[in-house]
Design a protein around this ligand. Sequence first.
Ligand SMILES: Cc1cc2nc3c(=O)[nH]c(=O)nc-3n(C[C@H](O)[C@H](O)[C@H](O)COP(=O)(O)O)c2cc1C
Length: 164
Amino acid sequence: MSRPQSPDVPAFRRAMGLFATGVTVVATTTPQGEPICMIANAVASLSLDPMLLLVCVDKRANMASHILQAPGFSICILSAEQEALSDYFAGRWRGEPPPFVLKEWIGGPLLGGCIAGIGCEKVQVYEGGDHWIVIGQVTALHSQDSLPDPLIFYGRRYRYLASA
Ligand SMILES: Cc1cc2nc3c(=O)[nH]c(=O)nc-3n(C[C@H](O)[C@H](O)[C@H](O)COP(=O)(O)O)c2cc1C
């Protein structure tokens, strides 16, 4: 058993990085109709009745001001084949953007090839320290008929499902 660590920010990030998650694109649209996208893994299902989910958005992110003023947003769950898009929408990509398609949809844009899309009406925003906790009521669902492999984030790296 390893020693308890003092709860400083790097230790907290390291510990939370051991919570394996999927990777999503949170997307919204400006009043001019321009799509805005950001990678987020701080996404959770919140309630079934009504159907609610939450996403936590860094107050310093470009997405923050857009999602605060938008009536809705979407969450698109990335497949293992969409790792390049994760780097791109997280601002980590240099050079020619990887190819992608964003379709106008309900709540926010729908990313072509995503495993699933959840369109939301924004219903609440709470302060959560240096992030906004944005709550959406589900207004649209999209999923692929097949069960594609998801992109996974664990230990601050992308991972992939081992085949059964
Ligand atoms: C796997 C992964 C998960 C992330 N999760 C979140 C998140 O849940 N919330 C958040 O605000 N930023 C998250 N980020 C960081 C943002 O994607 C990144 O800081 C943002 O795109 C920077 O935006 P800006 O340069 O346009 O302000 C994550 C990044 C990665 C690579």
